[in-house]
Design a protein around this ligand. Structure first.
Ligand code: PHE
Length: 342
């Protein structure tokens, strides 16, 4: 019996030393010390011993039990600290590694002037209207007093969808005037920024797709004075309080009288330079008093109401604002260019 106990002591020591994880260790505890374990099995036989041997073997058994318990506890502690060390190593963070920089986008220069214009006009009580880019020739031309045979309708200049020239990509934002006047009654005060399309070859100042912002005001007693005041405000807000404007007579089929508005060159202040091509002035928009025929075509009585309209080229504003010399830069999506605007 003594031999048997010493065998258990030896075996358990070896097995515990070899245990790879806490689960295996728990298995060994049950195997040696459990109620149905090896030590208990031996102790059950104590009764068969003589009264001299019994206390000796009993004490030996107790010592062995205590020994196994101690070995188990030590091994348990060793396993846990090894586990902890491994986790510390695996989950280590090097807080000295530099952070990863995130590329933050920038607003496109066109969007910047677009937002600026919307800001300026909403501040004057205008709201923003939208219209379709795919338009009927009737809206893009006819009802804007631009009849069949007018040179602006030429197939050379306009993207038509159908052979009968009925559907097209709008060449201007002016058809939005009609949509607004059809769906709302005066007083009307809207702007409408958006894309327009013309069959132009791409060069430093032309693109087959560009952006305009239409403006329309219709109410009782609207005059050319209101037009001038509104557009002067726009120009001053964009280019500074000392910016000077010039209203030049012009012709548009859907306004009468019509004008083009120039801003005095910010570079040379009217002397003439490279930026303004020697003119001293830079054209920024077309405008005029809404033609009576356009008003009555939308069911608005031109004897009761009058209005003004204007169309601004947003690329021009952006190029002027940021000193961009080539229109193509705005559409090439070159990050080296675009990232200069954040
Ligand atoms: N639609 C005109 C253009 O594209 C601009 C304009 C708008 C002129 C409104 C007068 C009134 O040139």
């Amino acid at each position: 019996m003594k031999n048997k106990l010493e065998e258990i002591a030896r075996q358990s020591k070896e097995a515990i030393a070899a245990a790879a994880n806490p689960e295996a260790l728990e298995g060994l505890r049950v195997k040696y010390l459990g109620k149905k374990g090896e030590l208990s099995a031996v102790l059950k036989q104590l009764g068969s011993l003589s009264s001299e041997e019994r206390p000796v073997i009993g004490q030996l058994a107790n010592e062995i039990r205590a020994g196994i318990e101690k070995t188990l506890a030590e091994k348990n502690a060793a396993l846990h600290s090894a586990l902890l060390e491994r986790r510390l190593r695996d989950e280590a963070l090097d807080v000295t590694i530099p952070g990863r920089a995130f590329a933050v986008g920038a607003r496109h220069p066109l969007r910047i002037v677009w937002d600026e214009c919307v800001d300026i006009f909403t501040g004057m009580g205008f709201s923003v209207a939208e219209g379709p880019e795919i338009e009927l020739a009737e809206y893009n031309f006819t009802r804007l007093n631009t009849g069949e045979g007018h040179p602006a309708r030429d197939r050379q200049d306009t993207f038509y969808f159908t052979d009968d020239d009925r559907v097209l990509l709008r060449t201007q934002t002016s058809p939005v005037q009609l949509h607004v006047m059809e769906s709302t009654r005066p007083p009307i005060r809207i702007i409408s920024p958006g894309r327009v399309y013309r069959k132009d070859e791409v060069d430093a100042t032309h693109s087959p797709m560009f952006h305009q912002m239409e403006g329309l005001v219709v109410d009782k007693g609207i005059t050319m004075g209101d037009l001038k005041g509104t557009l002067n405000t726009l120009v001053r807000r964009l280019y500074g309080d000392d910016a000077k404007t010039r209203f030049r007579p012009h012709h548009f089929p859907f306004t009468e009288p019509s004008c083009e508005v120039d801003v005095q060159c910010f570079e040379c202040h009217g002397e003439g330079c490279r930026v303004c091509k020697g003119e001293g002035w830079i054209e920024v928009l077309g405008a005029g008093m809404v033609h009576p025929r356009v008003l009555s075509g939308c069911g608005i009585d031109p004897d009761e109401y009058s209005g003004f309209a204007f169309g601004v080229g947003l690329e021009r504003l952006a190029m002027r604002r940021f000193n961009i010399s080539d229109l193509r830069l705005l559409f090439e999506n070159d990050i080296r260019f675009l990232s200069q605007f954040n």
